[in-house]
Design a binder for this molecule. Structure first.
Ligand SMILES: CC(C)(COP(=O)(O)OP(=O)(O)OC[C@H]1O[C@@H](n2cnc3c(N)ncnc32)[C@H](O)[C@@H]1OP(=O)(O)O)[C@@H](O)C(=O)NCCC(=O)NCCS
Length: 221
């Protein structure tokens, strides 16, 4: 999806913002930002150092995502929150907070909580997933239920990324798609380590999935 002009880009940002506010479960705040030229300059110095090896487009997306996260801190009266990237990839949140970041080619999203052990978020264009990628993502334990079949694999992909981002800070384990089973009919995911996540999502104006992991939410092995 390429925006025709600035007006349609801003309208897309506003539509996504509304959808995210409607989806946000209790205890989790969500925000988005259209990735704009110069957003790399929104990285604070410590953040910039933590992702210094990355290409300009990736730095721009990371700056937009952190800018979205800072709006969530600001609404709690906290200014200048610093969110560096750990060597293992995950964002490092100020003490007392958990959160997650994601970006596609146009939009950046952020999730923030003060009471939940770990959360994961993902954003994807609402377009079919290429079949070769879908073949890697989908495993026999996955359930897509009544989801629009043209978007089911993309939603599954996004859900697994969100579950991974939520589980990693708790389990410190790199997982593949085959290590995460997602049941969209029951809005849940579970990792091969037994870490359970509750899922929320929407498919339009683009796909956003939120995964919530409670610290003690382990499935029976
Ligand atoms: C986490 C990961 C899946 C993100 O995928 P992506 O499509 O490249 O990027 P997204 O836009 O969805 O998310 C990027 C954000 O994820 C976050 N992230 C990266 N590694 C993370 C981790 N280990 N735990 C939690 N969050 C992580 C970062 O905040 C990053 O944003 P930043 O670079 O601005 O700091 C990928 O970086 C990764 O670690 N892959 C290895 C494992 C894997 O791919 N398994 C299959 C999926 S289950």
């Amino acid at each position: 999806m390429i925006f025709q002009d600035e007006t349609s880009a801003l309208a897309a940002e506003a539509a996504l913002s509304i959808a995210m506010a409607e989806m946000a479960p209790p205890g989790v705040a969500l925000a988005c930002r259209l990735i704009r030229p110069g957003d790399e300059n929104r990285l604070l110095p410590e953040e910039s150092r933590s992702i210094s090896a990355r290409q300009p487009a990736a730095r721009r997306a990371s700056g937009a995502a952190r800018s979205a996260a800072r709006t969530l801190f600001s609404s709690r009266g906290i200014t200048g929150a610093v969110i560096p990237r750990a060597a293992s990839g995950e964002p490092l949140w100020p003490a007392g907070f958990s959160g997650s970041l994601a970006h596609d080619e146009q939009m950046a999203v952020a999730a923030l909580s003060a009471g939940i052990a770990a959360i994961g978020i993902d954003v994807e264009p609402a377009e079919p997933l290429p079949p070769d990628i879908a073949a890697v993502v989908r495993t026999p334990g996955d359930v897509t239920g009544g989801i629009d079949p043209t978007l089911a694999d993309r939603l599954l992909f996004s859900a697994k990324e969100a579950v991974y981002k939520a589980s990693f800070p708790l389990d410190r384990q790199i997982l593949g798609y085959e290590h995460i089973a997602v049941d969209l009919a029951n809005a849940k995911g579970v990792t091969s380590l037994g870490r359970r996540a509750r899922l929320s999502w929407f498919l339009a104006p683009r796909i956003v999935v939120l995964a919530i992991c409670e610290a003690d939410a382990r499935a029976d092995r």
